[in-house]
Design a protein. Structure first.
Length: 224
C-alpha cells in the first residue's frame, strides 16, 4: 500500500515513515501543502493519504481539496485538536476518518484498514511482487517458487520486507540493524545479521537461481 504522509513535524513524520514501512507500506512524505500537492500529482498510484491539519503554508484541508478534485482516494486527518468542531470540519472537508495525536500505531493501522475496507480497496492488499524467481504475497505473507511454498522465519520475513520497502537502495549493515531492531524489539548483533542474510539468500536463491540480494563490499546490501 502506498501512503502519502503530510506532516510538518520531522520527528512525527519519521516515526510514521518507519512504523508504516515496517507494516509493509510504501511511504511518500511531505511537510507542506505545496510539497504535498507536488508529490500527489507526481504519483498516480497513491492508495491513502494521512494529513496533518496545521501546516506551514496552509492546512490539510487544502491538500484534501486538491485530492478530491482527482478522485476518491481515502484521507485520514491527523491532528492535535480533539474538539467536536475540528472533528466535524475534517469530515465535512472530505476526510474519511480523523485521529487525534498522540495515537498508537496499532490504532492508526486499524483505522487505515477500516477505511480501505469501507472504500472497497482492501483487495489491493493482495498484491504479489516478484523477487527473483519467487512470488511474495504481501497480504498473506507467503512466498512461493514454482508453486512450492518457501517457509521463512519471522525474522527472515521482516528482513525481506525491509529489502522490499527499500528496493534498489543500498542499505548499510547499520541501517539494517536499526530497522530490524525497530521491527522486532529483539537484540540483533552484527554477526546475527550476517546469519539472517545468509539464510534468506539460501531460501530465495537456489543453486543457479537469480541473485535477489547483492553484496556491495564496504557499503552494504541491495535488492535489485
Amino acid at each position: 500500500m502506498k501512503i502519502l504522509v503530510v506532516e510538518d513535524d520531522p520527528i512525527i513524520q519519521e516515526g510514521l515513515r518507519v512504523a508504516l514501512t515496517q507494516e509493509g507500506c510504501d511511504i511518500l512524505a511531505a511537510e507542506s501543502v505545496s510539497k504535498a500537492k507536488q508529490v500527489f500529482h507526481a504519483n498516480n498510484d497513491i492508495d491513502l493519504c494521512l494529513l496533518d491539519i496545521m501546516l506551514p503554508d496552509g492546512t490539510g484541508y487544502d491538500v484534501c481539496a486538491a485530492i478530491r478534485k482527482q478522485g476518491d482516494i481515502p484521507v485520514i486527518f491527523l491532528t492535535a485538536c480533539d474538539d467536536e468542531v475540528h472533528t466535524v470540519l475534517a469530515l465535512e472537508q472530505g476526510g474519511d476518518d480523523y485521529i487525534t495525536k498522540p495515537f498508537r500505531m496499532r490504532e492508526l493501522m486499524a483505522r487505515i484498514k477500516a477505511v480501505m475496507r469501507r472504500m472497497g480497496r482492501h483487495e489491493k492488499e493482495n498484491e504479489v511482487v516478484c523477487v527473483g524467481n519467487n512470488e511474495v504475497n504481501l497480504r498473506t505473507g507467503k512466498i512461493y517458487r514454482g508453486g512450492t511454498e518457501i517457509l521463512l522465519t519471522a525474522m527472515e520475513y521482516k528482513l525481506l520486507l525491509i529489502f522490499l520497502n527499500h528496493r534498489g537502495q543500498i542499505l548499510s549493515r547499520g541501517q539494517l540493524l536499526h530497522h530490524i531492531w525497530d521491527a522486532a524489539g529483539d537484540y540483533v548483533t552484527d554477526n546475527t545479521l550476517t546469519v539472517y542474510v545468509k539464510r534468506l539468500r539460501a531460501k530465495l536463491e537456489p543453486d543457479g537461481g537469480e541473485a535477489v540480494i547483492e553484496t556491495l563490499r564496504g557499503r552494504g546490501y541491495r535488492m535489485p
